[in-house]
Design a protein around this ligand. Structure first.
Ligand code: C5P
Length: 266
């Protein structure tokens, strides 16, 4: 059995530059990943099967199709290699701006690739077709993403940095957040992502005002450095100057009923 972690993805900065004719948006983003995420397990089997487990299995089951089975179907179409039993342990909230489905699809491809000796490079075209964030998740390293996010340039990261993820429990539609972007290009990614922005924060906050509360709470935590929303939200994150300050922030916020993940950048 091959087991892959579908590490949660963060956008340390996300600049929306233009609306494209194909309905997507031209981005400049800094992708980073954390140590924790969903878990995808894959084995060879007589017939294809898919099982969901974990705290967010119910939410996903209610949505019908998902990117794990689509990724497996694309892999089979491209490379063959028979049937598989796949299990997804869904630990990250759904529709929350931290990869989720994209990370799951990428982990599924990585697991199938390991099982059958197919390289990440060879799976890249499938990844891009599955979703804008799937190529970044397939590589799983800190990188600047351009285009829809599929043109990747690896850059040095900050491995080991303590980070707290907080999601207020509101699912936000990525397509709707992009639709509400005001169309104003506020400029390129700066060399230091701390000086950057997430241009999707204003439209996401218009849909889910509770995001303001999350950002305020994180910004007020002692030891918090960069505080920002990830992707199209509603998950926000803070980088901390140590694990003690991160854990203290998590303890201070524990009464709010928000989902939280204490982890570290990879
Ligand atoms: O590519 P993915 O399926 O993850 O994107 C979900 C939706 O988010 C797209 O259908 C599109 O409306 C929007 N999107 C966008 N520009 C991007 C990425 C996503 O407009 N660069």
């Amino acid at each position: 059995m091959i087991v892959e972690t579908a590490k949660a993805k963060l956008n340390l900065a996300l600049h929306v530059r233009a609306r494209r004719a194909d309905g997507y948006h031209e981005l400049e983003t800094l992708f980073a990943f954390v140590e924790h995420g969903d878990i995808v397990s894959v084995t060879r089997a007589e017939a294809d099967s898919f099982m969901l487990a974990g705290p967010f299995a119910g939410v996903l089951a209610g949505e019908g199709g998902n990117l794990v089975t689509r990724a497996a179907a694309e892999f089979a179409r491209e490379f063959g290699h028979g049937a598989h039993a796949i299990t997804l342990d869904k630990r990250l909230p759904v529709a929350s701006g931290i990869g989720g489905g994209s990370a799951d699809a990428a982990a599924t491809l990585r697991a199938l690739g390991r099982l059958h000796g197919i390289s990440v490079a060879d799976m890249f075209p499938i990844a891009a077709a599955l979703g804008s964030d799937v190529p970044a998740c397939l590589h799983g390293v800190t990188a600047i993403g351009r285009g829809r996010g599929e043109r990747l340039e690896p850059v040095p990261g900050l491995p080991g940095t303590p980070v707290l993820l907080v999601n207020p429990g509101v699912a936000v539609s990525t397509a709707e957040v992009f639709r509400r972007w005001d169309g104003i290009d506020r400029g390129p990614l700066p060399a230091d992502p701390r000086a950057g922005r997430n241009d999707l924060e204003p439209p996401a906050r218009a849909i889910a005002p509770v995001i303001d509360d999350v950002l305020d709470a994180l910004a007020g935590a002692p030891g918090a450095g960069l505080v920002r929303m990830s992707g199209s939200g509603a998950t926000c994150f803070a980088l901390f100057d140590g694990e003690a300050s991160r854990d203290a922030a998590a303890a201070a916020l524990s009464g709010r009923g928000w989902w939280m993940l204490s982890t570290r950048l990879t």
